[in-house]
Ligand binder design. Sequence first.
Ligand SMILES: O=C(C1CCC1)N1C[C@@H]2C[C@H]3C[C@@H](O)[C@@H](O)[C@]2(C1)O3
Length: 130
Amino acid sequence: EEQEEDVLRELRLFLRNVTERLSLDRRFKAFTKPVDIEEVPDYMLVIRKPMDLSTLLTNIDEQKYVTVGEFVSDADLIWQNALEYNPDSDPMDRHIRHRACALKDTVRAIIRDELDEDFERVCEEVKESR
Ligand SMILES: O=C(C1CCC1)N1C[C@@H]2C[C@H]3C[C@@H](O)[C@@H](O)[C@]2(C1)O3
């Protein structure tokens, strides 16, 4: 339906705006591109579902997300993977985990402050109707 496509178009605009703002934040630079498998050969053995901000943007454009909830689930993989792969007490790991926690809190704060509950409910209705 045309109205459904209008809702999904507005969803993609919102999700692109959120993702681009995260990508511009200097704290989140390490999350902007996939972990380099040349640099980290065992990464795929440890992390089953890699995710990063550029891949989120590609997914949005490929119309993978019909609700904000689906987007947040993938966005959460970014910081969850970082906490899982970088658990040690050394300063590098602690620095990465601090940024991972900042990413988690920032995503939640943006959604809380900027997502209209009624809009997300309409997206859920579209999803159930498919
Ligand atoms: O988990 C990550 C990224 C940081 C957030 C996502 N990496 C795993 C490697 C361990 C650590 C140091 C470098 O070896 C660098 O390659 C990585 C990249 O950081």
